[in-house]
Design a binder for this molecule. Structure first.
Ligand code: 5GP
Length: 190
């Protein structure tokens, strides 16, 4: 039986989810982050099996057919999904399993695992988010504009989450998230 805790970490791209999750992994030894599958192409420096499992459309379809995903969704211009097997394996070891996924996926996880805890990472403001995306300079302007639209839609869903964390100051946000996960990870399932 699964006895680890499942945490969903969502929020607009540029809110700092990835940085926060990397910091959590360093601080909480029994935390593990799931590697998602995606049909998008790898960016420079991204490695298959480390950042994502980069799949073709046909491979992604096959995993859907085999019920291999805990959840999956269309995000921006590609499909992304959480492979179920590894999540179950790590939960069964009692670990705190983190899923860094979008809001559509987060709400699907709640349907399948009602005991999952949903955390929404919010940027200090929409303007700050745009500045972060632009200074990251990994995406062309039209992609940034599209991400800003999605961000505004995602922000409207935050009240469906269990915990909203404003990532204003990275140190403070890290401390708050570590404390939140540690205090919930140890709790027995009801
Ligand atoms: P990126 O392409 O920048 O790596 O990720 C784009 C978005 O996809 C992010 O908001 C991220 O949270 C979301 N994402 C990554 N993996 C998954 C997944 O497995 N499922 C879902 N639903 N969203 C994901």
């Amino acid at each position: 039986m699964a006895n680890g805790k499942l945490f969903v970490i969502s929020g607009p791209s540029g809110a700092g989810k990835g940085t926060l999750v990397a910091r959590i992994l360093k601080r909480i030894p029994q935390a593990w982050v799931s590697v998602s599958a995606t049909t998008r192409k790898p960016r420079k420096g991204e490695r298959d099996g480390v950042h994502y499992f980069f799949l073709s459309d046909a491979e992604f379809d096959k995993l859907i057919e085999e019920d291999g995903f805990l959840e999956w969704a269309n995000v921006h211009t590609a499909r992304y999904g959480t492979p179920l097997f590894a999540v179950e394996e790590h939960l069964s070891k009692g670990e705190a399993v983190l899923l860094e996924i979008d809001v559509q996926g987060g709400l699907q996880v709640r349907e399948k695992f009602p005991e999952a805890i949903l955390v929404f990472i919010e940027p200090p403001s929409i303007e700050e988010l745009r500045q972060r995306l632009e200074s990251r300079a990994t995406e062309p302007q039209d992609v940034i504009d599209a991400r800003m639209k999605v961000a505004e839609l995602e922000m409207r869903e935050k009240m469906k989450y269990d915990f909203v964390l404003v990532n204003d100051d990275l140190e403070t946000a890290t401390e708050d998230l570590v404390a939140f996960i540690e205090s919930h990870a140890g709790k027995e399932e009801e």
